[in-house]
Design a protein around this ligand. Structure first.
Ligand code: SF4
Length: 300
C-alpha cells in the first residue's frame, strides 16, 4: 500500500472520518516516486495507491495538481524501469473522478491494472443526496464505464455499497439492484448501514429495520456472487492470460491476485515454480471464490 493522501473534509452524512481526520495532507510526486522506487527495489511487484479520499489529493497544496496528475507522473517515472515487472493499482475512486482527464490518464498509464474500485454507495439519486453524495449520479458512472470499455476491453470492477440507508424504500433498493445488474461489475463490498454516533445520518428519523436491511444486503450479495462467477467463467472460457502477483506464502498452492483483482491459486507443475513476483498464468478452473491457474507455457 502506497499512501499518498490523508484526511477528508467532505462530510458524507454517515461518515465519522471528517470529524477525526479533517486535515487534508497530500504527499508530493517526488516523495511518492521515491517511496515507490524503494518498494519496487525491495521486490514488491504491486503497489496499491491509496488515500482516505483520493479526490481531495492536492487540495492542501494546489501546486501538486490532482490525483490524476500524480498517477500520470508516477507511471511515467516508473514505467521505463518496471513496466512488465511490476504494476500499480488504484485503491478506490468515486464516480465524479472519472472525468475526461481521469479517463485520459487511465488510458495512458502503462503500469496500471485494468481494475477500478468505485466508492458508489448507492444508485438512487434521492439516497445519494441524503448521504451527502449528490454531486454524482449513477448515470455519470454508466457513461464513464462505457468509455472505459473502449480502451480496457476487459477489466475488474468493484464497488462499495451501503444497503438500508435511512429512508431507503423498496423502490430505491430495486433501482440499486437494477443498476448493479446492468453494469459490468465483477464484485462488490456490500455494507448494511449502521449508524455512527456523531454523524448526521445517525439521527435521521427514518432508520430502516435491521431485518429489512439484512434482506436487502442479502439480495445484493447474491446478485454480485452470480456476476463474479460469470466473470470468472468468461475468463476460463476465453483461455484468458492473467498476470498474478504471487504472495510467497508457500503451501500446496501459491496464492496470488490477478490484474482484475481475482484471487488465484497456482497449480504447481514442478519444483521450480516461482513463489514471488509477477507471473503470467492461464485460468484452468473455478475455485469457490477465485480461479485455479497454471503457468502459461510461453512464460515458463
Ligand atoms: S465516506 Fe469518504 S468522502 Fe465521505 S466523508 Fe467519509 S472519507 Fe470523506
Amino acid at each position: 500500500m502506497l499512501k499518498v493522501q490523508d484526511g477528508c473534509t467532505h462530510r458524507c452524512t454517515y461518515c465519522i472520518v471528517p470529524s477525526l481526520r479533517h486535515h487534508v495532507a497530500s504527499r508530493s510526486a517526488a516523495e511518492v516516486v521515491e517511496e515507490a522506487r524503494r518498494l519496487l527495489a525491495q521486490g514488491y511487484a504491486e503497489l496499491i495507491i491509496s488515500g482516505i479520499n483520493l479526490k481531495q489529493y492536492g487540495r492542501d497544496q494546489p501546486q501538486l495538481g490532482d490525483f490524476w496528475d500524480l498517477l500520470q507522473n508516477l507511471d511515467n517515472e516508473l514505467a521505463r524501469d518496471y513496466a512488465g515487472r511490476a504494476r500499480l493499482r488504484i485503491s478506490s475512486v468515486e464516480p465524479s473522478q472519472l472525468n475526461e482527464r481521469g479517463l485520459q490518464v487511465l488510458k495512458a498509464c502503462r503500469m496500471l491494472c485494468p481494475h477500478l474500485h468505485i466508492s458508489l454507495q448507492h444508485a438512487s439519486q434521492r439516497i445519494l443526496r441524503r448521504m451527502g453524495r449528490g454531486h454524482y449520479t449513477a448515470q455519470d458512472l454508466a457513461s464513464a464505464l462505457e468509455r472505459i470499455q473502449a480502451f480496457w476491453p476487459r477489466f475488474g470492477l468493484g464497488c462499495d455499497l451501503i444497503s438500508g440507508f435511512p429512508g431507503e424504500k423498496e423502490d430505491d433498493h430495486a433501482e440499486l439492484l437494477a443498476f448493479c445488474q446492468a453494469m459490468p461489475f465483477t464484485y462488490a463490498h456490500v455494507f448494511p448501514y449502521s449508524p455512527r454516533p456523531g454523524t448526521a445520518a445517525a439521527s435521521f428519523p427514518d432508520q430502516v429495520a435491521e431485518s429489512i436491511q439484512a434482506r436487502r444486503a442479502r439480495e445484493l450479495r447474491k446478485l454480485f456472487q452470480e456476476k463474479n462467477r460469470r466473470f470468472r467463467q468468461k475468463l476460463l472460457d476465453e483461455n484468458a492470460l492473467l498476470q498474478i502477483v504471487l504472495e510467497g506464502e508457500g503451501g500446496e498452492r501459491e496464492k496470488g491476485v490477478c490484474q482484475y483483482y481475482l484471487s488465484c491459486s497456482l497449480i504447481k507443475s514442478n519444483e521450480t515454480a516461482p513463489t514471488r513476483g509477477l507471473v503470467t498464468v492461464q485460468a484452468k478452473a473455478l475455485t469457490s471464490k477465485g480461479l485455479a491457474v497454471s503457468l502459461d507455457q510461453d512464460s515458463r
